[in-house]
Design a protein around this ligand. Structure first.
Ligand code: FPP
Length: 242
């Protein structure tokens, strides 16, 4: 049975994991980074080609300054410590999200992660950082509007493909499966355009507890779904044409 080519994950529940243990939230985020390392290995083992993770949303800036700074610190640490290993194992890193307004040191690290691994061919790891689906669509709309204003595009020629090409995910296939941990059941501004036909799987486990068995459970649920992309169920088509 098919393995999804692209799995996207909303890594939720670090704070609750820490709270349940009487630990500071930072401990939960650190454990979350460990779970992320494991998820990258599992994705490769299971034959997934694309793994997108929601590391920091454009709304996360509204958290207390100390937590924002902890999350930024963890991202820097993750790239500094793990980039060589990711590169060795053939992982190609992509970054989506608004990059211009980030601190120059973070921007440089993200650029470095992409350029160092650009030639790799095993797993594609997409890090959504300072990412928000609406913000991404607004930025795409601005690009297209500028092209229209400059006479480079005829408004009547704007298609779904024009929009897809203007998004941060240009060249990245849409996710087949979106997983969210911690029992919350919403997309929270994640891949709004791209997840139009994704299967959604919500798991009760908190992100730091997410291991290979949870990844496999999500894939089991995915395989039990019938994807129709707005068309009809295969069994209906077969019976009506018989
Ligand atoms: C949600 O937990 C998680 C995040 C806001 C960030 C996800 C970040 C990581 C897994 C670690 C950082 C990784 C990188 C690469 C930067 P929450 O704090 O919303 O948990 P809660 O809902 O239980 O409070």
């Amino acid at each position: 049975m098919t393995t999804p080519a692209h799995v996207a994950i909303i890594m939720d529940g670090n704070g609750r994991w820490a709270k349940a243990r009487g630990l500071p939230r930072l401990a939960g985020h650190k454990a979350g980074v460990e779970a992320l390392r494991q998820a990258v290995r599992t994705a490769s083992d299971l034959g997934v080609s694309w793994l997108t993770v929601y590391a920091f949303s454009s709304e996360n800036w509204s958290r207390p300054a100390s937590e924002v700074s902890d999350l930024l610190g963890l991202l820097k640490l993750f790239i500094r410590r793990d980039l060589a290993e990711l590169h060795r194992s053939g992982v190609k890193v992509h970054v989506i999200g608004e990059r211009q307004s980030l601190q120059p040191d973070i921007r440089m690290l993200l650029d470095e992660a992409e350029s160092l691994t650009a030639g790799n061919r095993s797993l594609n790891l997409v890090i959504a950082f300072n990412y928000g689906g609406r913000d991404e669509i607004v930025r795409a709309a601005r690009k297209i509007a500028a092209d229209v204003a400059a006479g480079r595009i005829d408004p009547a020629a704007v298609t779904e493909q024009t929009v897809s090409q203007a998004l941060d995910t240009r060249g990245i296939p849409d996710p087949d499966l979106v997983i969210r941990t911690s029992g919350e059941m919403r997309l929270s501004n994640f891949l709004l355009w791209q997840a139009a036909y994704s299967e959604l799987v919500f798991l009760p486990c908190l992100w730091p507890d997410f291991g290979a068995e949870h990844f496999e459970e999500a894939l089991r649920q995915f395989r039990a779904r019938e994807r129709r992309f707005g068309g009809r169920a295969e069994r209906d088509v077969i019976s009506s044409s018989a």
